[in-house]
Ligand binder design. Structure first.
Ligand code: COA
Length: 154
C-alpha cells in the first residue's frame, strides 16, 4: 500500500469509499470539486498495488488553520493501522505548510474515530448540537495544536 496526494482521477475510488462509509455520503460532484480546489484543499489516498483506492483523507487549509473534511477507509482494510498512517501523513504535511491548529468534527458515537483522534493528540473543544443527520446526532468539535500532536510508541 502507498499513501500519496490525490489527483482528479482518484474521484471515483474516493466516491466508492465514501458511499460504503457514511450514511449521508458526498455526491460525486462534491468530490470532483474538492479535488479541483487545490488552492485550499489537501487530499491524500491510500492505494493498493493494483491501483484500487482503499481510503482517503482531506482537509482545508485556511491561513494557519486546517479543517478536516473527511477520513474513511474501505471496511476490509480497517483496523490495520492504515487510517492512522493516512491521517498522520495529512496532518504532518499541514503542519509543515504552516498550520498551527487542525480542527475536525466527529459523531458522539464514533468510538473508532474518537479513539484515533485522541491517540494523535486531539482534544474536545466544544459540542455542536444535532450537527449530523441520519441518524441525528451531536458532534464533538476537536482540535490538535501542532505542539500537542504526538506519536505513541508501544
Ligand atoms: C476511523 C477510521 C478511519 C480508522 O481507520 P483504521 O485504519 O481502522 O484505524 P487504525 O487501524 O489505523 O487504528 C488507529 C487507532 O484508531 C483507533 N481505532 C481504530 N479502529 C478502532 C475500533 N474499531 N475500536 C476502537 N478504536 C479504534 C485506535 O485508537 C487505533 O489505535 P491502536 O491500534 O493503537 O488501538 C475507520 O474506522 C473508518 O474508515 N471509519 C468509517 C469512516 C469514519 O467514521 N470516519 C471518521 C469520520 S470523523
Amino acid at each position: 500500500m502507498i499513501v500519496r496526494p490525490a489527483t482528479p482521477e482518484d474521484a471515483q475510488g474516493i466516491y466508492e469509499v465514501e458511499t460504503e462509509s457514511f450514511s449521508v455520503p458526498w455526491r460525486r460532484e462534491t468530490i470532483d470539486r474538492e479535488l479541483a480546489n487545490t488552492e485550499v484543499t489537501r487530499y491524500y489516498v491510500l492505494v493498493r498495488p493494483d491501483g484500487r483506492i482503499e481510503g482517503y483523507a482531506g482537509l482545508w487549509r485556511v491561513v494557519d488553520e486546517g479543517q478536516v473534511t473527511n477520513i474513511a477507509l474501505r471496511k476490509e482494510v480497517r483496523r490495520q493501522g492504515y487510517g492512522e498512517l493516512l491521517v498522520r501523513v495529512m496532518m504532518e504535511a499541514a503542519y509543515e505548510e504552516g498550520c498551527t491548529d487542525i480542527f475536525l468534527e466527529v459523531r458522539f458515537s464514533n468510538l473508532p474515530a474518537l479513539s484515533l483522534y485522541r491517540k494523535l493528540g486531539y482534544e474536545v473543544l466544544s459540542i455542536r448540537k444535532k450537527y449530523y443527520s441520519d441518524p441525528e446526532e451531536d458532534a464533538y468539535v476537536m482540535d490538535c495544536k501542532k505542539e500537542k500532536y504526538h506519536w505513541v510508541v508501544k
